[in-house]
Ligand binder design. Structure first.
Ligand SMILES: [Zn+2]
Length: 158
């Protein structure tokens, strides 16, 4: 996705063309980590490190700050529990949580294993192109679905 596309926040998001809603409905493939009544967690297609995870409310709401309090709390509790698994399994220095609101216009919390204090800055997305610093996922690894499924399995909690 081009940076300009990610920054285009002018059109209203709808659940019909939302890739996260497709995952929630079972129409879109995903490597699921956790599912409960109102919250879902899965491995991103291009995790910056194994252990990276996305936690979403099932309902289609664009901006995280618009979530009802109880739902925001549920998302955070699931993120904490998966974060504990990330610490146990992948042993990063810390687990970071980022809600930047860009990309998919369905509220999502990114869990990031931090092996370096700058990992939270998405430094892995930076590259030089035409003499300028650009940011995109193009140089991140693209694990196979089987590899993503294996990562998801390591993060499940009971
Ligand atoms: Zn959605």
């Amino acid at each position: 996705m081009a940076t300009q596309d990610r920054l285009d926040q002018t059109s209203e998001p709808t659940s019909a063309d939302c890739p996260f809603c497709a995952i929630v409905s079972g129409k879109g493939p995903a490597s699921l980590v956790h599912e409960e009544e109102d919250v879902l967690a899965f491995v991103p297609l291009q995790p910056i490190y194994p252990g990276a995870c996305i936690v979403i409310p099932k309902v289609h709401i664009d901006h995280f700050t618009d979530l009802p309090d109880a739902l925001a709390a549920q998302v955070m509790v699931v993120a904490q529990r998966i974060g504990r698994r990330i610490m146990e399994v992948y042993k990063p220095l810390k687990v970071g949580m980022v809600v930047h609101g860009f990309g998919v216009r369905h509220a999502h919390l990114n869990l990031i294993p931090q092996h370096d204090p700058l990992d939270i800055t998405y430094k892995h997305l930076a590259h030089i192109e035409d003499g300028q610093v650009k940011f995109s996922e193009k140089h991140l690894p693209k694990p196979s679905r089987a590899e993503l499924d294996a990562m998801a399995a390591t993060l499940r909690f009971s």
